[in-house]
Ligand binder design. Structure first.
Ligand SMILES: Cc1cc2nc3c(=O)[nH]c(=O)nc-3n(C[C@H](O)[C@H](O)[C@H](O)COP(=O)(O)O)c2cc1C
Length: 366
């Protein structure tokens, strides 16, 4: 495992137009299901505070549901609307800020991955661009154009609330096969209105969301956008097949006002396209000109979606890529679930003290 000297690039400050951070580490958004009645409580606030106390540069919260009856699945998944939940989030922000940290909520709608009858609103039907599940099965009717426009406004309202209650940025969850990604992906978006068409036209829903959020938060507030090629049901799925397509996919999102792209991959070291070592984040930085966050099995020898556990792994490859400016920031997921002090330990060179990820980390707010 790496020593203190070689992890230096991870602990250089990050400066950008709208967001400055003390180092390059980001806590990856991770759904926990510890918010009773969909309201984050003091234990959730303390959980995030522990990461802030231990030098995490930017915390991105677990996905939190925008104001729509079918935005989340489950009674303990936090939402981002209504007085109780927003007060809970305001306490989370307060704790993190008191500990000197920065935090962004991840704004989320699960779309067609919701099962009929799921809590908290058992009667709410799953919604999606064409009423298709990720496997392409017809579940219900496509959203009407007006319903899509109303969803755009729900994201905007969440963005306004995030700024009002003191968050430092927002992250829009456009990855992994959830609602926004269902618009991106040809398998789930067969629409013929302005929200459908080729892979560039299918960015329209996300573009309108980013524009509407920007309208609410103003020019100076950072908007992070997370996207992925892979989907929860298909790790080989592709939105784009080559750098040219990636550029055409990113361009409308850049013009809409994205400040930072969070490029979700399951293994950060894998090249995205043939003929170059660059990963998805590396290509996105090169083609969009925007700062990027990379992610995927940092410090671990097993990949996300295998929840059984993973040992620790060297950070050398990661640090090399960071040092070469392939990406700007590094999100850490499972390592930080198990070990709130992961970043601080790495900074201090205490790599033998790092706790490996095991599935118990999912049962408790360490
Ligand atoms: C328990 C758990 C919950 C997750 N929930 C979310 C989520 O709410 N939103 C999201 O974008 N990604 C989510 N992810 C994916 C992580 O953000 C991250 O991309 C993934 O775990 C890979 O990073 P890692 O290998 O460092 O764990 C989750 C991952 C885990 C392990």
């Amino acid at each position: 495992m790496t020593n203190q000297t070689t992890t230096k690039p991870l602990f250089e400050t990050f400066t950008s137009d709208k967001l400055n951070l003390p180092n390059r580490t980001v806590m990856a958004p991770m759904t926990r299901g510890f918010s009773p009645g969909n309201v984050p409580d003091e234990e959730v606030a303390a959980y995030y505070r522990r990461r802030a106390e231990n030098e995490v540069g930017l915390i991105i919260t677990e996905g939190t549901g925008i104001d729509h009856p079918a935005s989340v699945s489950g009674a303990n998944i936090p939402v981002f609307h209504g007085e109780k939940a927003l007060n809970g989030w305001a306490d989370v922000v307060k704790e993190v800020h008191e500990a000197g940290g920065k935090i962004a909520p991840q704004l989320w709608h699960v779309g067609m991955t919701r099962s009929k009858g799921d809590l908290p609103n058992e009667e709410a039907q799953p919604v999606g661009p064409s009423g298709l599940s990720l496997d392409g099965e017809k579940v219900n009717e496509p959203l009407s154009t007006e319903e899509v426009e109303a969803l755009v406004e729900s994201y905007a309202k969440a963005a306004a609330d995030a700024k009002r209650i003191g968050f430092d940025a927002i992250e829009i969850h456009g990855a992994h096969g959830y609602l926004i990604d269902q618009f991106f992906w040809g398998n789930t978006n067969k629409r013929t209105d302005r929200y459908g068409g080729d892979f560039v036209k299918r960015t329209q829903f996300a573009v309108e969301i980013v524009e509407a959020c920007r309208r609410e938060v103003g020019e100076d507030f950072p908007i992070i956008f997370r996207f992925s090629q892979w989907k929860m049901n298909d790790f080989q799925a592709k939105l784009v097949n080559n750098p040219d397509e990636l550029e055409r996919f990113l361009q409308p999102l850049v013009e809409a006002g994205v400040d930072i792209f969070h490029c979700s991959t399951r293994r950060f070291w894998e090249p995205e396209f043939e003929g170059s070592d660059l990963n998805l984040a590396g290509w996105t930085k090169k083609l969009s000109g925007k700062p990027v966050i990379s992610v995927g099995s940092v410090g671990l020898d097993g990949v996300f979606t295998d929840f059984s556990g993973a040992g620790t792994a060297s950070l050398d490859g990661l640090v090399d890529k960071l040092d070469r400016d392939e990406f700007d920031l590094v999100a850490i997921g499972r390592s930080l679930l198990m070990d709130p002090a992961w970043v601080k330990k790495v900074h201090e060179g205490r790599v033998d003290d790092l706790l490996a990820f095991n599935k118990e980390a999912l049962q408790k707010l360490y």
